[in-house]
Design a protein around this ligand. Structure first.
Ligand SMILES: Cc1ncc(C[n+]2csc(CCOP(=O)(O)OP(=O)(O)O)c2C)c(N)n1
Ligand code: SF4
Length: 478
């Protein structure tokens, strides 16, 4: 239970409509102790204003109510993936993922393992209480042989469910991590050691040394069905017997080149050393790749949201990409977000595009201003979502059996027919671009749209010019 003065924590936790000064953890829960140690370490080291915590799904889910720092809430098992994004996007910050043994050891194992293998620069604090606490005490990969849980009521049967997963030992096979250790919070001496180890994880991140994994054995009195004292004893006498405490690796004193030494150079051209540039941020990567000019903020430019939908193979995704590219040419903020089924061709496909004068929060488009539909299922699926004042452009082959919502304009456009009449059936998407251009509903100039269209055929320049011609022909024809 936190006190109001607890370092690194908020004074009050405004949870479930109440403004309380106690956490949601059960009495004697290891999470409560660990939360306190993490908050203290972060505050004492002066890192509160520069720390991003990535919160799990599990009993640790509410840490954003407690730790006074930046937070990202990840989906179940995805904290290491989200932490990868956070530490790459903000290499100057300290990123700490907090995960339970179900979250990391079961659903999220591959995410966590691959992040460790890549040596992502974040610290992962992994709370092992040997079961799924939040959902009522089910068996986890870390459950001991013979341990009773709600899904192993007669004790874990290793002949059916395998053996307890030793996360530290498995991760210790990887090259990249710089620090791997297991501690416990089952008594005062252990808590003091755990605090030192937590500080070490923060230090490694502050000094940008690399990936660190700290497993913490923690009691869950509620699901062990024991009082706090007995639950702590169970950790010491049983869990720690299976999961011995200790430091598995500490490469922090080594120079980075030494810690993850590259493989010996090879004579094979496939393995020949290449110079791989290091990019500190995505912006830098893109700038290098395509010499892209960054977007310019322009509050006067109203955000527009587009949805393009049809069958795979109709060029729906490229049409969206052309709009995004035209926006980029005008140095607008833009995002293109495709969604398609497993089929290469013929399955349904759609993409969302956002064009904005200010940075864009989400790439998903739930209520488009402009909807372009190339087939009936797409029309019926999305037409009801279009925002009032918006526009729907639908190919004339689509039977319009459902009216658009009130205040939405419907334009029926002969994209497929024109493309066939012009002898290039595959150019139906270019015909749709002509509609967007002619109806002036992109907020982008005709010149940018044309340039983006031609650029989309970068590898086949003749086709680019052909499509520019077709675009003009379509505009003149309708
Ligand atoms: C995708 C998904 N699958 C399952 C769940 C249900 N669920 C929530 S927490 C949890 C397990 C939590 O156990 P653990 O990670 O060990 O954390 P603890 O609660 O013990 O701290 C599960 C299975 C979910 N929220 N999302
Ligand atoms: S259920 Fe277990 S892990 Fe969850 S808060 Fe209670 S004691 Fe802690």
């Amino acid at each position: 239970m936190a006190t109001i003065e607890q370092k690194g924590m908020y004074a009050k936790f405004p949870r479930s409509g109440k403004n309380v000064s106690f956490t949601h953890y059960c009495p004697g829960c290891g999470h409560g102790i660990i939360n306190k140690l993490i908050a203290e370490a972060c505050a004492e080291m002066g890192l509160q204003d520069n720390t991003i915590f990535v919160d799990p799904v599990g009993c640790g889910v509410f840490t954003y109510y407690y730790w006074d720092a930046a937070h990202i809430s990840a989906a179940h098992g995805r904290a290491s993936a989200a932490a990868t994004g956070a530490c790459r996007a903000r290499p100057d910050a300290v990123t700490i993922a907090y995960q339970g043994d179900g979250d990391l050891g079961a659903i999220g194992f591959n995410n966590a393992f691959q992040a460790a293998s890549r040596g992502e620069k974040f610290g992962c604090i992994f709370v092992n209480n040997s079961l799924y606490g939040m959902t009522g005490g089910q068996m986890a990969p870390t459950t001991l042989a013979g341990e009773t849980t709600t899904t192993s009521p007669f004790g874990r049967d290793t002949s059916l469910t395998g053996y307890p997963l030793h996360v530290c030992e498995v991760f210790n096979q990887l090259k990249a991590p710089v620090y791997i250790a297991r501690v416990s919070v089952a008594d005062t001496r252990r808590i003091m050691q755990a605090k030192q180890a937590i500080r070490k994880v923060f230090e490694i991140q502050r000094e940008k040394k690399g990936y660190a994994l700290l497993e913490i054995i923690a009691p869950c009195p509620t699901n062990f069905k024991m009082d706090a004292q007995k639950a702590a004893e169970f950790c010491i006498n049983e869990i720690e017997k299976e999961f011995p405490l200790g430091v598995f690796r500490d490469d922090t004193a080594k120079a980075p080149e030494e810690a993850a030494a590259p493989a010996e150079p090879s004579a094979s051209p496939l393995l020949a050393p290449k110079t791989v540039p290091y990019f500190a941020s995505c912006a830098e990567l893109f700038a290098e790749k395509d010499a892209i000019e960054p977007a310019v903020d322009d509050k006067a430019f109203a955000e527009r949201r587009f949805k393009f939908a049809g069958y795979g193979g109709q060029g729906i995704l490229s049409l969206g990409l052309t709009i995004a590219e035209a926006a980029r040419l005008e140095r607008r903020h833009t995002l293109w977000f495709p969604s398609y089924g497993p089929e290469q061709r013929g399955g349904s496909a759609n993409c969302s595009v956002v064009v904005s004068g200010t940075p864009i929060g989400s790439p998903t488009v739930e209520h488009p201003d402009v909807l372009v539909c190339m087939n009936q299922p797409a029309y019926e699926r999305f037409v009801g979502d279009v925002r009032e004042g918006g526009i729907v452009i639908v190919d004339e082959t689509v039977p319009v059996k459902v009216d658009p919502p009130a205040g939405v304009k419907l334009v029926v456009w002969p994209a497929i027919r024109m493309a066939e009449e012009f002898g290039v059936p595959k150019a139906a998407n270019t015909m749709m671009l002509a509609a967007l251009k002619k109806l002036n509903c992109t907020g982008l100039s005709g010149e940018s749209l044309e340039t983006a269209l031609v650029a989309s055929f970068k590898k086949k320049p003749a086709l680019g010019e052909k499509n520019r011609e077709l675009l003009k022909k379509a505009e003149a024809a309708v």
